[in-house]
Design a protein around this ligand. Structure first.
Ligand code: F0G
Length: 481
């Protein structure tokens, strides 16, 4: 992907790859979509793929793979122990991050489990720029607490700050001064998932690491979304613009004690793991891998996926590859801004994020605006997004609702999966919905699990708003799907 200039002046991203394998999609009629979202308890996680046209739920494990990744899968060595596949993967990680040790895990949250079991105790505090759902669940399960120290700008929906994922160094220092003895490590999420894929600057990452080390604590990076963050450092940070992606990656990893990641994102495959510089730290966590994941040289992953990951990590060092996501996301975000639709700005990584609070101000937070908007966008276009608001939070210990600081609908753009015309269709249907936003109402839980309720909870509309939406759609689109 490249910012190639068009003679006519049109400003669109140009793909530097071609499509060689395709998957047929269906677009079911609006009436079926309304039915399907109710069968799914108004929870987009529970929709069936046959009812979905554009699956923008996530970029996790659904990025397009390259011909080289597929080719590499054919040479996987499936020895239970000591496979050549594992050696190739650890060599690649050492080449990119300079880390000598690697603990494989079946995906990112499994790495989080290992980290939490090793370092988190009752009362522990883990400062981080922002939490991710599974990270927080693992920490709180063991009696620990998350302390968010992102800059104030980070949770402002509209901004022109290039690095909204930055730590507030003043806040971080205060946490160290006041509760330092309870902190086992600081977690840097690069880039942030729940606040719109917003990146951190290289300068901020280095400053956080230096401060943390000055208090004698460990620095842990969640690098699941690092590929987008590398692109943003290269394109938005003046002092980094002459550094190569490899150099930026090395600068970052040199300051980290531990780098863990979901390889469903980083490396465009499926799996995860923990890369470590220091042998003692490696040994501290090692025994948990065969106990919970699988033997030390595969950790629950398929060796084919590990081969694909090795190539994917190499391809992450290529700007043509890692720029595709951010440029498509920027296109979608900028077009929606032009149409007056409220979105998170500036465009970040991962996906385009609609601001449900401003999209449907009539829906109060207790009736889950981001969840309601997810259902409405599906009905309007067969487009599946992910609620990133109050439903994704856990209730407080006393059972009261923990209202999220932002109510977002994330429309993820898995890398190299959608074409520009499909993105244009999504923009068109979202604009239609925005013009009919008054019709949208709220949701209430009918089944609410006590943990990770966003995965399996079921909700129903608080009024007959979905029927009205279908009628309005039929009125405008007649025979069209
Ligand atoms: N950390 C971050 C920043 C993530 O985005 C994810 C997953 C994980 C950890 C957990 O990794 O899924 O491999 O177990 N994010 C996915 C998403 C689920 O849709 O954003 P995992």
């Amino acid at each position: 992907m490249s910012e190639i200039q068009f003679y006519t002046g049109e400003n669109i991203p140009l793909e530097l790859h071609k499509v060689r394998i395709v998957q047929k999609l269906d677009l079911v009629p609006v009436e079926r979509r309304a039915e399907a979202i109710n069968e799914a308890g108004n929870n987009t996680f529970l929709l069936k793929n046959k009812d979905i046209f554009l699956d923008m739920l996530t970029d996790s494990g659904v990025n397009a793979m390259s011909d080289r990744q597929l080719a590499a899968m054919m040479i996987a060595d499936d020895s239970y122990a000591g496979s050549a596949t594992f050696t190739r993967l650890t060599d690649k990680l050492e080449e990119i991050f300079g880390t000598k040790y690697f603990l494989p895990s079946h995906q990112g949250r499994a790495a989080e489990n290992i980290l939490a079991m090793t370092f988190v105790r009752k009362g522990s505090i883990i400062p981080m720029n922002y939490h991710f759902t599974t990270t927080k669940a693992h920490i709180t399960r063991l009696g620990g607490y998350v302390e968010e120290v992102v800059i104030d700008e980070g949770i402002k929906i509209t901004s022109d700050h290039p690095f909204k994922g930055n730590f507030d160094l003043g806040k971080l220092k205060r946490v160290f001064e006041e509760k330092g003895d309870r902190i086992p490590f600081v977690r840097i999420e690069a880039g942030t998932n729940l606040i719109g894929g917003q990146p951190l600057s290289l300068e901020n990452i280095e400053a956080v690491a230096d401060m943390t080390h000055s208090y004698g604590k460990l620095v842990v990076m969640d690098a699941s979304l690092l590929q987008d963050n590398l692109y943003f450092i290269k394109t938005r940070e003046e002092s980094a613009k002459n550094l190569s992606i490899r150099e930026i990656t090395k600068r970052i990893s040199a300051k980290m004690d531990i780098i863990y990641f979901s390889a469903r994102k980083l490396g465009f495959a499926r799996g995860g793991g923990i890369a470590i510089h220091d042998e003692k730290l490696y040994l501290k966590m090692r025994e948990l891998v065969p106990m919970f994941e699988g033997f030390l040289t595969y950790g629950g992953m398929s060796v084919r996926e590990m081969e694909a990951m090795t190539v994917g990590l190499e391809e992450t060092m290529d700007m043509d590859v890692i720029s595709q996501g951010p440029l498509f996301i920027k296109y979608m975000t900028d077009e929606l801004v032009k149409l007056g639709v409220p979105v998170v700005t500036p465009a970040g990584g991962l996906g385009c994020h609609l601001d449900a609070t401003r999209f449907i101000p009539q829906v109060k937070q207790e009736e889950y605006p981001a969840g309601a908007l997810a259902a409405a966008v599906y009905i309007a276009g067969g487009i599946r997004g992910m609620e990133r608001g109050t439903i994704s939070e856990q209730r407080e210990e006393d059972g009261s609702e923990h209202l999220a600081s932002v109510e977002l609908l994330r429309l993820a753009l898995p890398r190299r999966v959608f074409t520009l015309s499909q993105v244009k269709y999504a923009i068109d249907r979202i604009k239609w919905l925005y013009d009919h936003r008054d019709l949208i109402g709220g949701l209430r839980f009918t089944e609410e699990p006590s943990s990770l309720r966003f995965f399996f909870g079921r909700l129903s509309p608080t009024s007959a708003w979905q029927e009205k939406l279908v009628k309005a759609f039929r009125n405008d689109f007649k025979e069209s799907l």
